[in-house]
Design a protein. Structure first.
Length: 60
């Protein structure tokens, strides 16, 4: 997944590769990241769903 870090950024590439490794869904508040992962889904075939929510729904 190192080749994807240029498009996704280091942390997002790690998160996407973990989701891909375990075959889970991916949730983010970053719309641009959602679009990039969706467009790169051939490199991340095990991510079942990509979910996007607006920032007001995030909770720490």
């Amino acid at each position: 997944m190192l080749e994807m870090s240029a498009d996704l950024g280091a942390v997002d590439a790690v998160n996407a590769s973990i989701a891909n490794l375990y075959g889970t869904s991916f949730l983010t508040v970053d719309r641009k990241l959602t679009e990039i992962i969706f467009n790169k889904r051939s490199n991340l075939p095990n991510i079942k769903n990509i979910y996007y929510t607006i920032g007001k729904n995030r909770d720490y």
